[in-house]
Ligand binder design. Structure first.
Ligand SMILES: C[S@@+](CC[C@H](N)C(=O)[O-])C[C@H]1O[C@@H](n2cnc3c(N)ncnc32)[C@H](O)[C@@H]1O
Length: 324
């Protein structure tokens, strides 16, 4: 660990393991329901994420999942709901008290859910910057509301560590705060605020650049919504700063020679008279059927300058495929 903010982070989450903090992250939000999954109240009270990293379309029963920063265990339990095998979810945390709490919560979860066995989740003490997991063994890695705390060099290291553990085409799914207004240095350097996920946020572009610079070739921005407001009066700012939470998936694919593919929910819609339009670069668009394209391809389609080709703006809610 590289500096005081890391110590402040350990201290904060030690406290938050011993006494649940209802103002931290999304602790007051109700987690989404899955059929036949009863989430223990103890886990809901420790929902220290923002958004979710659990997405039905990523998950298959034979997957090995790595979860970094387990908290009270809510999302690790949700992943285990899909995998249901001993050791199929490895959950790492650097705070021993948090691991103890998650262990207790999994025991409670087993009493409430007859399909669940605590052996489905292997809890490991470890650091996101030096994961105790072998290379290329993970299908899906997740982190929720942890990496935003890391300063730039540590963020790069944490992303490289995740990438190291992923098999080819494996994915990192994450949820984290972002801020399009730069956060003043005084707040960024406040160790406690940073640890509380309130002052480390990057802009979306800077966050995505860090991910693609680490060598993830495909990124999908799947969700974006308001998270917190840094109120000007309370934080001594010139103006309020809106923090948003984003959900994204980054795939361990090679970065194409012309740059990464970043999907932000843009679509191409062709309204011409031909049976189809072929951009001769791998994209065939048939009339009136929206095709989801990455930002790089959107730009190429815009550059055609055709009246019968319409490129929609980013929604930041990419959900695969095209059409509706
Ligand atoms: C904001 S909480 C998020 C918890 C959980 N992901 C959730 O959504 O409820 C951050 C978690 O990361 C853990 N943590 C903090 N620093 C870490 C590090 N360097 N490596 C691994 N885990 C860390 C904390 O103990 C805590 O459990």
């Amino acid at each position: 660990m590289s500096s005081n903010y890391m110590e402040a982070t350990q201290d904060l989450y030690r406290e938050a393991a011993i006494t649940p903090q209802d103002t931290l992250c999304c602790a007051s939000a109700t987690p989404f329901a899955l059929p036949g999954l009863v989430v223990p109240e103890e886990m809901t009270a420790m929902n220290y994420g923002c958004g979710t990293t659990v997405n039905v379309r990523d998950l298959k029963p034979d997957m090995n999942v790595l979860y970094v920063g387990v908290g009270g265990g809510l999302e690790a339990l949700q992943f285990a709901y899909f995998t249901r095998r001993p050791g199929s979810v490895i959950a790492v945390d650097s705070v021993p008290e948090m691991l103890d709490k998650a262990r207790e919560n999994f025991e409670i979860a087993a009493q409430l859910n007859d399909w669940f066995d605590p052996s489905f989740v292997t809890l490991l003490e470890g650091d996101a910057l030096d994961l105790p997991v072998p290379d290329g063994t993970v299908d899906l890695a997740a982190q929720n509301c942890l990496f935003n705390i890391f300063m730039s060099q540590d963020l790069q290291k944490a992303l490289s560590e995740i990438k190291r553990t992923l098999r080819p085409h494996g994915a990192l799914v994450l949820s984290d705060p972002i801020s399009e207004t730069p956060i003043p240095d005084a707040l960024k350097q406040d160790d406690r605020l940073r640890a509380m996920c309130l002052s480390g946020a990057l802009s979306l572009q800077d966050y995505v650049d860090c991910i693609t610079d680490t060598g993830f070739g495909t990124v999908e921005i799947r969700g974006r919504r308001p998270y917190r407001l840094l109120d000007a009066r309370r934080y001594g700012l010139q103006e309020d700063i809106l923090l948003e939470s984003i959900e994204l998936a980054a795939f361990n694919d090679p970065v194409p020679s012309d740059g990464p593919c970043v999907f932000t929910g843009r679509m191409v819609i062709y309204t011409g008279d031909n049976e189809y339009f072929d951009d001769e670069n791998g994209h065939i668009v048939v009339p009136d059927v929206p095709l989801a394209v990455c930002d790089k391809t959107s730009k190429c389609f815009e550059d055609f300058g055709r009246d019968d080709m319409h490129v929609t703006p980013s929604t930041f809610h990419y959900a695969g495929g095209g059409c509706c």
